[in-house]
Design a protein around this ligand. Structure first.
Ligand SMILES: *[C@@H]1O[C@H](CO)[C@@H](O)[C@H](O)[C@H]1NC(C)=O
Length: 444
């Protein structure tokens, strides 16, 4: 998916300010005070409240006012404003008879709500905005708050009955919109910041932020980033989706449900003593471990269950050799070890149906480094894909190990075409079922 990652992360930071402030007021649940920023490349990053406030303090707006009409600013002389702070500017009127006073606010995204200036606000004729006959409908005085009726070019639709001249140009923005994606209508979801999604069943997914903006209409190129409304729920689907040029989302809306949890880590479990022997840990739960002798060069550490995965593995070392490399879907047996029980040579085996990718009797640790371990190649399951080849699906589940073959019969009345053979030998290559013939000939 094409995602402007830089922009996303930037907006993410900005939008999170808004989001976090709302969240803190609402609930006092301890997990809720943890701030979540989504980084599309690496999953979620969690900041503490303290880290967050350091980041948030860096949001500032700069006041640059060079106009001679600006008579006074309050507070006087101040040029850097934090998010939420305001400045009041007094301008001399064009006629020099009256003064005009206005207040501007620095917003959470480090920008002024409106550009602090004494300039008279005028809107331009909206050219190149797909407005029908703009010079005709937008002639004459286009001062602040002026309203105009308008129409859109074909293929575009009006976004409001009238256009209004505001400080930042015409509203609505855009005046005319092209093909739209429908606003989300997802079961178990709600949109943050959009008070119109009131349906009761919409509650497990929320939009963390949108780019640009989180409210519809969503134009092509618009990106929405989701998260579960509850940190302990499991997320199904895409974290971010994009509105395509044809007005469809590139992925369906995600859903959340169930609970996120971690099971007890398995890697190198034999070298540690756990603070807690339970087998299931909830999201954000901490697991403390101590390294056992002789792998206690470092004493131990802490792991955290984050969105169903531990944020690391046990790190235990001995001065001579680290623990033997972990083999997924397999295990090792010790061939030799030192007097102090530091393992120096092992052999590997795979769990049933898995097959080692190289046949080597043993693997040794030399100068503190282990030889590269083998891999366990995956078995294949015979599933209903074979029916596409007119082959009979076995009545019981059948698994075949890597590099092995299995004979399947053609469905009644069909054969492979060569000598009326009514079976096909399928094979397995690291989890991929290989079928190189089909029963494509009907018996006569
Ligand atoms: C995992 O998270 C815990 C708690 O925040 C932290 O102390 C630990 O250093 C993290 N471990 C890794 C490997 O990042």
């Amino acid at each position: 998916m094409r995602v402007p990652v830089q922009i996303i992360c930037f907006s993410c930071f900005l939008f999170s300010v808004t989001f976090v402030q709302g969240q803190e007021k609402k609930c006092g649940h301890p997990e809720e005070t943890k701030m979540v920023i989504l980084n599309l490349e690496r999953g979620e990053i969690i900041l503490t409240e303290q880290q967050w406030s350091i980041l948030a303090r860096q949001v500032t707006c700069q006041l640059e006012l060079t106009e001679s009409e600006a008579v006074r600013t309050i507070p006087e002389g101040k040029t850097i404003f934090k998010a939420g702070e305001t400045v009041e500017i007094t301008c001399s009127g064009k006629s020099q008879i009256f003064y005009k006073q206005e207040t501007f606010t620095c917003t959470d995204n480090g920008k002024w709500d409106y550009k602090p200036t004494c300039e008279e606000i005028k809107c331009q004729v909206p050219h190149n905005q797909h407005v029908y006959l703009p010079t005709y409908y937008f002639s004459g005085n286009l001062n602040l708050n002026v309203k105009r009726s308008y129409n859109c070019e074909s293929g575009y639709r009006k976004m409001a009955v009238q256009a209004t001249c505001k400080r930042d140009g015409w509203t609505p923005k855009p005046l005319c919109a092209e093909i739209m994606c429908d606003p989300p209508n997802i079961p178990n979801a709600e949109i943050v910041g959009d008070g119109t999604c009131q349906e009761q069943e919409l509650k497990n997914v929320e939009i963390l932020f949108g780019h640009p903006g989180i409210t519809s209409p969503y134009k092509p190129g618009h990106i929405l980033v989701f998260r579960c409304t509850n940190v302990n729920m499991r997320f199904y689907g895409q974290r971010a989706i994009e509105c395509q040029p044809d007005g469809r989302w590139n992925y369906p809306y995600p859903q959340c449900g169930g609970t996120v949890q971690c099971s007890q880590p398995t890697t190198n479990l034999r070298f540690v003593t756990l603070s807690d022997e339970k087998t299931v840990f909830s999201n954000f739960e901490i697991l403390t471990y101590e390294c056992n002798e002789p792998y206690n060069e470092n004493s131990g550490g802490v792991l955290m269950c984050q969105n169903g995965k531990w944020n690391g593995t046990f790190i235990c070392k001995s001065g001579i050799c680290p623990p033997p490399p972990y083999l997924q879907h397999g295990d090792y047996s010790i061939i030799s070890s030192t007097e102090k029980k530091v393992i120096t040579e092992v052999s590997y085996t795979c769990q049933s149906y898995y097959v080692l990718d190289k046949q080597q009797e043993s693997y040794k640790c030399a100068d503190g480094i282990w030889e590269a371990p083998p891999k366990c190649l995956r078995p294949c399951e015979i599933n209903d894909i074979v029916e596409k080849y007119n082959l009979q699906l076995p009545t019981e589940k059948v698994y075949i190990a890597h590099a092995n073959k299995y004979r399947l019969n053609c469905i009644a009345g069909w054969n492979t075409g060569s000598e009326m053979r009514a079976y096909v030998d399928v094979s397995c290559s690291n989890g991929n079922l290989q079928i190189d013939k089909s029963c494509d000939t009907q018996n006569n």
